[in-house]
Design a protein around this ligand. Structure first.
Ligand code: PLP
Length: 280
C-alpha cells in the first residue's frame, strides 16, 4: 500500500497530514473510492465526475486539473505494483488556522491511499447477507460525498453490533433512503424500486450501472421512495456499491426477505455486474 499527499507519493504510515488541515479539523472535504481490477480502474471517469460535482457543491476549488488528477491516479496504480486495488482519494479545503468560514488564500489538498481491496466473504455474495433498518440521522446533503461520515459510521456500527452487513436507513420513519455506505433496492412483482437521486441519497456509480443493466434486460426500474414496510414485504432486497458490488440481503430485521433465498433478479444483476467490471 502507498499513501499520497499534494502530488507526492509517500509511505502509507508517513506522518504527513498537517494538524490544521481542514479535512482533519472540520471534515471539510470530499472523497471517492475507486476499484482497480486487472490493472485497470473501474468507472474512473464516473467517479472523477462525481468528485467534481461534490467539490462544486461545497465550493471547494481543486488545486489540480481534472487531467492532472486522472494522470496521478494512473501513476499511483503503476507505482503500487498492484493489479487489483482500492484507491481512496480526497480533497480538503486546505490548511489554515482554525476558523469555521472559508479561510482566504488556502490551497485545496489532494491526499489518499491505494491498497488491496477489503475482502467481503464470498458466501455473503453467494447466499445473501443480513441487514437492519434504522433511522437515517444524516444531514440533508447526502448527495455530496463529504468527509463528514459520522452519521454513516454510527449507523454501520449498529449494524455490526447486530451481526449485520449493512444498516438500511429510514428517513423520518417514512421511507427508505439507502445503506450507510451503499444504495438499496427492493424488488416486488418483478419491478425494481430504489430511492430517487435527490439530496437524501448519494447517487452511486454502481447504482446507475445496475439500473441501466436492469432496464436493458427488460426490467422496470422505479426511482421512488418506498416504506420500510415495503422492504419487509419485498420479494428481494439488494445493495449496490463500489466495494459492495451487488449484495443480496436475505435477512432484514431478523426476518427472511421473500423465501429467504437470493432472488432471481438480484442474482442476475449480480452476475451481469461482475461481467461488466471483469471480476473473476
Ligand atoms: N451511498 C452511500 C452513502 C455511499 O457512501 C456509497 C459508497 O460509498 C454509495 C451509496 C455507493 O456509491 P458507489 O456505487 O458510487 O460506490
Amino acid at each position: 500500500p502507498l499513501g499520497f499527499i499534494d502530488g507526492k507519493i509517500v509511505d502509507i504510515d508517513a506522518l504527513v497530514v498537517p494538524l490544521e488541515d481542514r479535512g482533519h479539523q472540520f471534515g471539510d472535504g470530499v472523497y471517492e473510492v475507486i476499484m482497480a481490477i486487472d490493472g485497470k480502474y473501474v468507472y474512473l471517469k464516473e467517479h472523477l465526475d462525481r468528485m467534481e460535482r461534490s467539490c462544486g457543491e461545497i465550493r471547494l476549488v481543486p488545486s489540480f486539473s481534472r487531467e492532472e488528477v486522472e494522470n496521478f491516479c494512473h501513476q499511483l496504480l503503476k507505482e503500487s505494483g498492484m493489479n487489483d486495488a482500492m484507491l481512496y482519494l480526497q480533497w480538503t479545503r486546505g490548511v489554515s488556522p482554525r476558523v469555521h468560514s472559508f479561510p482566504p488564500n488556502t490551497r485545496a489538498i489532494l491526499s489518499g491511499t491505494i491498497r488491496p481491496a477489503k475482502v467481503i466473504p464470498p458466501e455473503l455474495f453467494a447466499n445473501g447477507a443480513r441487514a437492519i433498518m434504522i433511522p437515517d440521522e444524516r444531514w440533508l446533503k447526502c448527495h455530496v460525498k463529504s468527509l463528514n461520515l459520522l452519521g454513516s459510521v454510527l449507523a454501520k456500527q449498529l449494524a455490526v453490533e447486530a451481526g449485520c452487513f449493512e444498516a438500511i436507513l429510514v428517513r423520518d420513519n417514512k421511507f427508505v433512503t439507502e445503506g450507510s455506505n451503499s444504495n438499496s433496492f427492493a424488488v416486488k412483482d418483478n419491478c425494481i424500486y430504489t430511492a430517487p437521486a435527490n439530496n437524501l441519497i448519494l447517487a452511486g456509480v454502481t447504482r446507475a450501472v445496475v439500473m441501466a443493466k436492469a432496464q436493458e434486460l427488460g426490467y422496470t426500474v422505479k426511482e421512488e421512495f418506498v416504506s420500510p414496510q415495503f422492504y419487509k414485504e419485498a420479494d428481494e432486497v439488494f445493495l449496490t456499491g463500489t466495494t459492495t458490488e451487488v449484495m443480496p440481503i436475505t435477512i432484514l430485521d431478523n426476518e427472511p426477505v421473500g423465501d429467504g433465498k437470493v432472488g432471481p433478479i438480484t442474482r442476475k444483476l449480480q452476475e451481469e455486474y461482475w461481467k461488466l467490471i471483469g471480476k473473476k
